[in-house]
Ligand binder design. Structure first.
Ligand code: RFL
Ligand code: PHB
Length: 398
């Protein structure tokens, strides 16, 4: 088999890239190691920046996110028992975010791909990438007991944190940066109405909590837990009690409980691999970087990497220019590090750290007090939360 771009991974990054390339007349094949149902079953991000919404539109799949997504003009910060609203819309001069689940984004992209009859190989085993430092890279994989080879011009490594693409780069060509946090998030998805119409990020002495949603009838809640906690030791009733204990009296009174559709613990880490291009292979999304979910940046960064890669490949094929390809890594990394900083800062501000004790709690409360009472500080949070424009990488000098 031959294609122009071999995309490894059918997560949001790989599927979005496939759809954007299709719109530009560039041929791509996606190789995914799991089944479509497995990919759709992963409950992850819920907040889309405008840049991500625009890319979905450009890929021709934005209609449902526009119609069913919930536009949010603000978020609430809860600390010392009281909630304070950050008016994202007013502070940023008109920007907002859209609450629309990653599962729905993935479904829209999968449906569009299927409707166009584009090739996705699911359940591919032993996927390997070859010769990306030469002119003609190859991908090999096994399917139904047979070995297959895909010859291509470029490989897009959209295969997530545990993927094969980054792992295939020689160790001396890669520099990685990592911080692992001493806690995780216990998340619950439930068909109950949200406690509030906006997201609540809570800093409490019992630890962080987040009230999010997928719709007006489906809620997504999280509580900070020690990394040593095991999901099998948590019951849904214990979860509701713990969440209620971390909310203000009004939100607690509004909390509707019910059975969990999904319940899992995710560890929190910050991670960046540099560079993001190796000859004719590019890394995009979680394959290159991980952020703790506090800033809701993971999926949005995956989308913006893909935006840069789409531009670079379109310039290469349509304008015979390699500028986009040569600048891909630097453009992405500048945006990535801004999001890494914000996610690290917001995580540090909102969580209970075992080593900092009551002093750390007081310092966080003082910073939160400053944050909600200073327009400058609130604006900084709002600007970062709604996200940077794609043109940011060129517009400002480092
Ligand atoms: P994905 O979604 O991990 O998709 C990668 C795809 O590649 C496939 N794959 C391979 N395919 C072929 N060969 C191989 N060798 C392969 N190895 C892997 C995988 O099966 C998968 O289908 O990466 P992508 O596309 O870059 O998208 C990134 C986002 O998924 C991610 O940034 C966010 O979901 C992060 N994240 C969250 N972000 C938020 O903004 N808010 C959240 O609440 C949030 N919760 C989460 C999360 C990530 C989690 N992970 C990674 C475990 C919760 C969890 C549990
Ligand atoms: C979610 O809805 O899953 C969500 C929302 C905001 C975050 C993280 C996760 O910061």
């Amino acid at each position: 088999m031959r294609t122009q771009v071999a995309i490894i991974g059918a997560g949001p990054a790989g599927l979005l890239l496939g759809q954007l390339l299709f719109k530009s007349g560039i041929d791509a094949v996606i190789i995914e190691q799991r089944s479509p149902d497995y990919v759709l079953g992963r409950i992850r991000a819920g907040v889309l920046e405008q840049v991500s919404m625009d890319l979905l539109d450009q890929a021709g799949v934005g209609a449902r996110a526009q119609a069913e997504g919930l536009p949010h003009d603000g978020i609430e910060l809860l600390f010392k028992g009281a909630r304070h609203r950050i008016d994202l819309h007013a502070l940023t001069g008109g920007s907002r975010v859209t609450v629309y689940g990653q599962t729905e984004v993935t479904r829209d992209l999968m449906d569009a791909r299927a409707a166009e009859g584009l090739t996705t190989v699911y359940d591919a085993q032993n996927v390997s990438v070859h010769d990306f430092d030469g002119q003609q890279p190859r991908v090999t994989y096994e399917k139904d007991g047979q070995t297959h080879e895909l010859v291509c011009d470029f490989i897009a490594g959209c295969d997530g944190y545990h993927g094969v693409c980054r792992a295939s780069v020689p160790a001396d060509a890669l520099k990685t940066y990592e911080r692992v946090y001493p806690f995780g998030w216990l998340g619950v998805l439930a068909d109950v109405p949200p406690v509030s119409h906006e997201l609540i990020y809570a800093n409490t002495e019992r630890g962080f909590a987040l009230c999010s949603m997928r719709s007006t009838t489906r809620s997504r809640y999280y509580v900070q837990v020690p990394t040593t906690d095991k999901i099998e030791n948590w019951t849904i009733d214990q979860f509701w009690t713990e969440l209620g204990n971390r909310l203000d009296p009004e939100a607690r009174a509004n909390l509707v409980t019910g059975p969990a559709l999904e319940m899992s613990i995710a560890p929190l880490r910050s991670f960046v691999a540099e560079p993001m291009r190796f000859g004719r292979m590019f890394l995009a999304g979680d394959a290159a970087h991980i952020v703790p979910p506090t800033g809701a940046k993971g999926l949005n960064l995956a989308a913006s990497d893909v935006g840069y890669l789409w531009t670079a490949l379109t310039e290469f094929y349509n304008d015979k220019s390699a500028v986009g390809i040569d600048t891909y890594s630097d453009r992405c990394l500048r945006r990535v590090w801004r999001a890494e900083r914000f996610s690290w800062w917001f995580t540090s501000l909102m969580h209970r750290f075992p080593e900092t004790g009551e002093f750390g709690q007081k310092i966080q409360e003082a910073e939160l007090d400053y944050l909600v009472n200073s327009r400058a500080a609130s604006t900084s949070l709002a600007e970062n939360y709604v996200g940077l424009p794609l043109g940011f990488a060129e517009a400002a000098t480092p």
